[in-house]
Design a protein around this ligand. Structure first.
Ligand code: BGC
Length: 464
């Protein structure tokens, strides 16, 4: 074969391989849509659902809180399941459970069925958020793993935005809230059908001693020559051979403890720097900042949704070039600075045009900074920090912690304002942002370009 032709065939093969791996990651990443859609839809749905069912404020809180609490339980179920049954099967189960929960909540005749259906949705979201990033991390080549796992976070942000739009479109429709909640079944259906056609994680297959299937899965994922696949299999096998499925007790091993410190720390910090106060309460914050018309407040929340998506795309493009640590430093500094500014905008009550403009500018800057740092990077590190043997359990512990603190922050935001005033509350989150900077500097390693097995080695060295 002439030399140019060989080069052309090689280039075509590589671009086909790239397309295939991107498509696989994007399909599994759809799991993030479930999580994002529910996060974004519930406030809008409650507006009409509350009066329909005559909900007390406690009952409204329960309808909202049922999902994060269900998600804590879901992530816990995923902890053993991801290792025993495999990542792919669990994502499939979460899609089916979500469809059941979404349809049941859309049809719910009263408060109790609704609350039950929302717990079911939470279970599905908890499983999906614990397992989908791990699946993507395990099928990804090291040099683009950051971008591929970020498809999950991108889907979260798209889900939030679509939910805002669906909320706007359906507010005045008959049974609008039933449609808002029930429509969540659609992305879950796409996820289920998509994931059904994908191969299992080759790393999980090797851990289970199923080498021929792992080779086959890698061939499906990367149409590469057999020698390249064999090299990758050998590298994974060096750790897979040592890896019977781990137990909770294994998490106490020093190397895993070192990785867990980073993962659980970021799980907590991602939430307690206050992102969901903005995502859940953006219209309220904007109205309190002096924008009185409801439609301007809604438009401003749409802008928050759009900027969240756009900046996540930018993060996706930068993570494998600039690295995780650089983006964390830039993003978390931006979060703290904009929260500080947001606090100033609320000083002495608001109403003036200047303070409204500052408030809206700082909200956007805050969301942008989160979207290039803690947003995608927590889920990415949670998928790549742990050794194969305990990855399922440890990543589930990360997701559980994240959901628990998500619940806690949404519960405490309004009382915190009562206690500290708005400015005080935002400065409190800004201070936690500074602690986060210190934490990242001290504990978070750079994982850009490293294979999962090299990261494993890095923590083993750290523990020694
Ligand atoms: C967080 C969510 C948050 C979302 C906003 C995710 O990474 O875990 O709690 O609502 O980002 O984009």
């Amino acid at each position: 074969m002439p030399v140019e032709e060989t080069a052309e065939t090689e280039a075509a093969r590589q671009s086909a391989a790239r397309r295939r791996i991107f498509l696989t990651a994007a399909t599994a990443g759809l799991a993030g849509l479930l999580f994002g859609y529910d996060t974004g839809i519930i406030a809008g749905a409650l507006l009409s659902l509350g009066p329909d069912f005559g909900l007390s404020s406690f009952q409204s809180g329960a309808v909202v809180g049922a999902v994060p609490i269900g998600a804590v339980a879901g992530a816990w179920f995923a902890s053993g399941g991801a290792d025993r049954f495999g990542r792919r099967k669990l994502i499939l189960v979460s899609a089916v459970v979500f469809i059941v929960g979404a349809i049941a909540s859309g049809l719910a005749p009263g408060f109790w069925t609704l609350a039950g259906a929302r717990i079911v949705i939470g279970l599905a979201i908890g499983v999906a958020s614990a397992v989908a990033p791990v699946y993507i991390g395990e099928i990804a080549p090291a040099n683009i793993r950051g971008a591929l796992v970020t498809f999950f976070q991108l889907a979260v942000t798209v889900g939030i935005l679509v939910a805002y739009l669906a909320g706007l479109a359906l507010t005045d429709a008959a049974d609008g809230w039933r449609w808002m909640l029930g429509l969540g079944a659609l992305p879950a259906l796409v996820l289920g059908v998509g994931i059904y056609h994908l191969p299992s994680s080759p790393r999980w297959l090797l851990m289970m001693g199923r080498e021929p299937e792992a080779v086959e899965a890698l061939h499906q994922l990367r149409p590469a020559p057999s020698e390249e696949i064999q090299v990758e299999i050998l590298e994974i096998k060096t750790v897979a051979d040592r890896s019977a499925v781990g137990s909770w007790r294994d998490l106490l091993n020093p190397a895993i403890r070192a990785a867990l410190t980073v993962g659980l720390g970021l799980a907590i910090l991602q939430q307690i720097t206050g992102i969901n106060t903005v995502i859940y309460y953006a219209p309220t914050i904007i109205q309190q900042a002096g924008i009185n018309s409801a439609s301007s407040a809604i438009l401003a929340s749409l802008a928050v949704g759009i900027i969240n998506v756009v900046m996540t795309v930018i993060a996706l493009r930068l993570l494998d070039r600039a690295g995780r640590r650089t983006l964390l430093f830039i993003g978390v500094s931006g979060m703290s600075a904009s929260l500080f500014l947001l606090g100033i905008a609320f000083l002495g009550g608001v109403g003036g045009t200047a303070s409204s403009v500052i408030a809206i500018f700082s909200l956007m800057a805050f969301v942008s900074s989160f979207a290039i740092s803690l947003g995608p990077i927590f889920w990415l590190l949670n998928a790549e920090l742990y050794p194969l043997k305990t990855r399922g359990r440890a990543a589930s512990a990360g997701a559980m912690t994240n959901w628990f603190f998500n619940f806690l922050v949404s519960l405490t935001f309004l009382p915190l304002i009562d206690l500290l005033t708005q400015s005080g509350a935002f400065w409190f989150y800004a201070l936690i942002g500074l602690i986060t900077l210190w934490f990242c500097h001290r504990y978070v390693p750079e994982t850009k370009g490293k294979s999962l097995e090299e990261i494993d080695e890095l923590f083993a060295r750290r523990a020694r």
